[in-house]
Design a protein around this ligand. Structure first.
Ligand code: KE4
Length: 425
């Protein structure tokens, strides 16, 4: 096995940026990415033989740690029967039954192969169901890379967004209204300025993609109420938070019933997966029943379903949420204590096994306040941790994740390193 440096040099010749997903390239923290040879529990083993305690957890799926024996065994058993059939298979039915059991708001569900597919399909479904074109998303929320959603906040609350990515036609961007998160007046104004035109609001109810941000008290209840009043579909994007923050995600914590929910990550047990589901009267607009087309060669893939079923059953058996919250609290408590001792401003929002550190004196409640965080300082912090065997998300604007496998030695070691790293800044 060659070194990360050698692998990266070869990758750069053939893969744009040397990576198959941009955040992996370390562009915002500097330096070159390492390549992972294997993963077990809370640990990654790099191509250079280094062992790193992992706070990315493959961006969420590894809630029981990497390569869990139960999930590995489930994949192996499914593999005996083949890898893909292109027909309905028994695993899909079992997965659908588990999802509706965990998420009471989901009456019907459709599987796909990524979170991007799930949110893209949910928006098309909301547009087809309401026969309206405009959608509302929030600055800082990331819902995958479909054209309608790669739109950054324009200036002012009601401005139609400007494409965040080249290649998104202005005609697409004009249908996406980007608002500041945690701002109820902005939502009211958007509905008043676009009467009868808004198909849906899609949001990360707890944001994980600009760092971790919680909603103000009552905000989500407001969003639920105003979408109901205007006949707009409320989509909770729980690709990241679903099954992670609670058995039934944020909608269980907040006791809110969205119209549609998108899922991914954990339900694939580490294999490619996505899902969207919700009210049956909306879902029944999907082909082959209704006029909204959506499809996928590998949707409901038996290996991914078997892995996800094993993962969800393990969650049901272990009910690890209090343990995960204690672990997350242990990390942010250590970081805040180290920053306090140094007189360094630090925000450390945390719920369960999702949290992040913002190097700013400003309480973080939306993208604008998140961007007051010192990203350069985070880069130095990131590398001080990596040098001492702790791998954090390689961006100041991502949520950290941990797993049940972090309990014990790994979390203690991580708190030690994080404390020392903050002191060294
Ligand atoms: P995927 O298409 O990457 O499976 O899912 C898109 C997506 C949708 N919704 C939410 C709330 C998400 O967090 C994501 C993907 N999350 C990123 C982490 N910030 C994936 C990491 C990456 O892009 O490589």
């Amino acid at each position: 096995m060659t070194s990360s440096e050698n692998l990266f040099a070869r990758a750069l010749r053939l893969i744009p940026g040397g990576v198959n997903s941009p955040v992996r390239a370390f562009r915002s923290v500097g330096g070159a990415p390492f390549f992972t040879k294997s993963a077990q529990g809370a640990t990654l083993t790099t191509a250079d033989g280094r062992e790193l305690i992992d706070f990315v957890c493959t961006w969420g799926p590894a809630i029981h740690g990497h390569n869990h024996p139960r999930i590995k065994a489930a994949i192996a058993a499914a593999l005996e029967a083949g890898t893909s059939f292109g027909t309905p298979n028994p695993y899909e039915v079992e997965m659908a039954e588990l999802i509706v059991q965990f998420f009471p708001s989901i009456q019907k569900v459709r599987m796909c192969s990524s979170g991007t597919e799930a949110t893209m399909s949910a928006i098309r479904l909301a547009r087809g169901f309401t026969r309206r074109d405009k959608i509302i998303k929030f600055a800082g929320c990331y819902h995958g890379h479909s054209d309608s959603l790669l739109i950054k906040a324009g200036s002012g609350a009601l401005t139609h967004g400007n494409p965040d990515s080249a290649g998104v036609p202005a005609s697409f961007a004009q249908e996406t209204i980007v608002l500041p998160y945690n701002d109820t007046a902005a939502i009211e104004a958007a509905f008043a300025a676009n009467p009868g035109q808004i198909a849906c609001i899609i949001l990360e109810a707890y944001i994980g993609n600009v760092g971790f941000i919680k909603p103000d008290a009552g905000y989500l209840q407001f969003v639920r109420k105003i979408t109901g009043q205007h006949g707009a579909v409320l989509i909770f994007d729980e690709v990241m938070t679903g099954f992670r923050l609670a058995r039934g995600g944020v909608q269980e914590l907040e006791q809110i019933t969205p119209d549609l929910t998108t899922l991914g990550k954990i339900i694939g047990g580490g294999l490619p997966v996505g899902a969207f589901g919700g009210r049956a009267d909306i879902m029944d607009h999907l082909a082959p029943l209704g006029p909204v087309y959506q499809a996928g060669t590998l949707s409901g893939n038996p290996l991914a379903m078997a892995a996800g079923i094993a993962q969800l059953k393990l969650l049901d058996e272990l009910n690890p949420y209090a343990r995960l919250d204690a672990l997350g609290h242990q990390v942010v408590t250590a970081a805040l204590a180290a920053a306090k001792a140094k007189g360094m401003p630090l925000q450390a929002p945390q719920v369960g096994s999702m949290f992040s550190l913002f190097f700013t004196p400003t309480p973080v409640r939306d993208m604008a306040t998140a961007l007051t965080s010192d990203a350069k300082l985070f880069g130095r912090f990131f590398h001080a941790c990596l040098e001492n065997g702790i791998y954090l998300p390689p961006s100041a604007y991502e949520a950290w994740f941990l797993s049940t496998a972090h309990e014990g030695a790994a979390i203690d070691r991580a708190c030690e390193v994080i404390t020392k790293a903050i002191k060294s800044l």
